[in-house]
Design a protein around this ligand. Sequence first.
Ligand code: BGC
Length: 349
Amino acid sequence: MRKIIRKIMSTFLVAAMLVALSGCGRSEEADDPSREDEDSTIEIGMCFDSFVIERWQRDRDIFVQAAKDLGAEVNVQNANGDIEEQKKQIEYLIQKKVDAIVIVCIDSDSLADSVAHAKAAGIPVIAYDRMINNADLDLYISFDNEKVGTLMGESMIDAGLAGGKVIIIGGSPKDNNVSLVENGFTAVMEENGVEILDTTHCDGWRAELASEYVYGHTDLVEECDAIMCGNDSLAGQVVSALAVQMLAGKVLVTGQDADLEACQRIVEGTQLMTVYKPVETLARRAALCAVQLAKGESVTGYDVSGLSNGSYFVPYVRLEPVKVTRENMDEAVIGSGFHMKEDVYINVK
Ligand code: BGC
């Protein structure tokens, strides 16, 4: 938007100077439509944590395409899990004077200053999927993460866990979503008299830490009835480690993201469930919101509620996650076009 206003002002000034100098009142530069298009194109900066987890590539591709359809370009940055790198990338986008910045943060508590710099430069900021705490955000768009945990818990109870024992292997403790998911999950465990034997976290969402935990805690693992995994990538490692101990399919395992391999494990019976989050909806809505904010418009067209991030009450677009078990796999994951039937059932005759 600032770029557009700057362009209008500079075009006006150039035209006025040429009128004054030549008296002809026309300027080739001001009239050249291709130059005008080039300079007024909205540019959105999008900062990712990393692309190690399957879903983020889909988020990126859909966001970039949706923005393109709305006439905007996206400058994609990948910090490879390094928070200092992510801060540098945000500063780079501020220097570049992009029209909006969309961030999948690595550490929810470390980007308030970076957001403040962007806001001081007049650039709107959206927290994508993960909240950035204590930051003056223009929007937070995500799925209801507490509900993700509730769905995991309810599935375990439906599968007979009430009164049993569970281990929690959560994701990065720096990701605000992780505590939200665990809050939703533990509430269901408490309501149903389930004992939480242990809770651990995988720094940086590193999945190998989940299997290391299983190998290093064989007594606890043999004692438990279920392992809640923060996402499907962790669940994959846990199921492999359980298989070595002949426990795959006997211990209830959850995840989230509806990764293809997780869906395969669900129909094969080694993972109880996953949570499908329609990232297509998330990415498309975020792209539309980013373009609206970049144009200086307010976000419209969706239910926007508010959520506190510690210091600010942030506009929040909340999307609904969907529980996926073997029973509704076809309808929820295949019917929605997220995965193809032949891929999900590839190992099942
Ligand atoms: C997201 C999950 C994702 C995880 C690891 C979380 O913030 O909500 O969908 O699997 O990050 O990237």
